[in-house]
Design a protein around this ligand. Sequence first.
Ligand SMILES: C[S@@+](CC[C@H](N)C(=O)[O-])C[C@H]1O[C@@H](n2cnc3c(N)ncnc32)[C@H](O)[C@@H]1O
Length: 557
Amino acid sequence: MQPQTVKAQPNYTKLRGGYYTPPPIAEVLSSWAIRSSRDRILEPSCGDGVFLQQASERLIALGAAQPEVWKQICGYEIDAKEAGRAIDRLAALGIKKPGEIVRHTDFFAGAAKHVVNRPFDVALGNPPFIRYQNFPEAQRNIGFRLMALAGMKPNRLTNAWVPFLAAASLMVGAKGRIAMVIPAELFQVGYAADLRLFLTQHFSRIRLVTFKRLVFEGVQQEIVLLLAERSPDLGGGVDVLEMDDVSQLKDALSKPPDPNSSRSVDHSTEKWTQYFLTQKEIDLVRAIKSNTRLNTMEDVGNTDVGVVTGLNEFFAISGENARGLGLQRYSRRLVSRTNHLEGIIFRAKDWERNEAKGERTYLLDLPASEPAHLPEPVRQYVACGETKGFNLGYKCRIRKPWYIVPSVYEPTCFLTRQVHAYPKLTVNEANATSTDTVHRVRFLNGAEPRLVAAAFLNSLTFAFAELLGRSYGGGVLELEPREADRLPLPLINAEKLDSSEIDSLVRKGHIENVLSITNQILLVNGLGFSRKDVQVVDSIWKKLMTRRVRRRSTEAA
Ligand SMILES: C[S@@+](CC[C@H](N)C(=O)[O-])C[C@H]1O[C@@H](n2cnc3c(N)ncnc32)[C@H](O)[C@@H]1O
């Protein structure tokens, strides 16, 4: 075992969000956004200058005089080396005074004054993805103030790209356009909810372009292109274009949005994931939300994260180690991986099978005594951990004593946290607990766990998991406890389900057979859905699930 006291720190490139836009994307966005040789262009985080190059070339192609172009373009870049590379790039193109174009300074500090007079016609770029804790405070303070000016309420989850986009939007004038590369989480995360509302109010028309294949090499973050225009003459609306890859982009943007493609989405409450749905599907989702005969997970119990040990290597051990070190008596049964849960019922024999495979199936739940009073095998194990520095890692250091893991309890059910094809609730009949790779659900009001776990597997709940959760570049859907609590559950008629039969079908991988049983009993017979409505919820689930899973397979290819 290697000591693992310090969590890997993000590297410098990551800390400043330094990933670059492929030139073909920068080219198409610049051509779309810049329409006149007189346009004034803002690039808030220019990196090595790919957008500055495209903007200069576009202005010149539209008739701007090369020696004067520098007066119309303004780029910010915090990193000296990158700013230097951007200047060199422009100089190599023969652009005059590139040092006047590229400002080596913080965008927020440099640009706050422009919010009032809105001097730009176009904002282009790819703002950095920097989490709150890594976002330097001085920059963050100004960025958050600018967001507040736009009516938004930033919080500790707000990523730097949000104030970059908000501030740049405030700096373009009455007929301005912005074209930016934005993390796809714009569609779904809660902390971007008021940004979505702001964008729809601030811009007359918004186009979002998503890609079936990831277009940024080496970047896990899925991106979308945001093209927005302000104009008193334009009808409102948001439309989403889904492309295979960048090659189709130019053509697609040259066509005006299809008026029939517009959808009514309530921006104050609904995520933009809805734009992947048809109007008919959105209408059904809304009807389902207001259907009072549906329960939610919250009615049944509380969803919570699994045990956060701070160091699974030390606290989660195999049966062989538990026996060899004499620690069995001080351990609890453990689920430490999603694939430990094969069916919807986790029995003692399932846990034993995992144990026999050498998996980490024991969680140390040590006595809270001073080291000197610990039973001998525990004292030795703790001392060995200390020689390896395990007591110094962040999570352990703040505990007293460091080897007592908090919140170890055995839930009624486990719930998948990272979902591949579909989410699953599994009844805990083995008296086990879990690490935080799986959520724990404690039932509160006496609902029968097996029936709830069986009823959970239906196309409606699956569709809402896709709508409520969030997916990342890797194609996995993640459900936070708060999102899981809001999952709708059709429980009328659940007593008619045979949970053992469903458990065995799930273990064999026959989820379609499960759905044909549960959709009929719960959705059609229980809630009175028409067959057509069942098909619609099923197609919503499949469409959204296929979208994200496909990204995982294209990434692997
Ligand atoms: C995702 S990169 C994009 C670079 C370039 N726009 C592109 O599309 O290739 C983001 C850039 O923002 C810069 N950056 C980070 N914080 C900044 C700040 N406060 N002001 C200006 N630039 C910043 C980073 O150094 C990085 O070069």
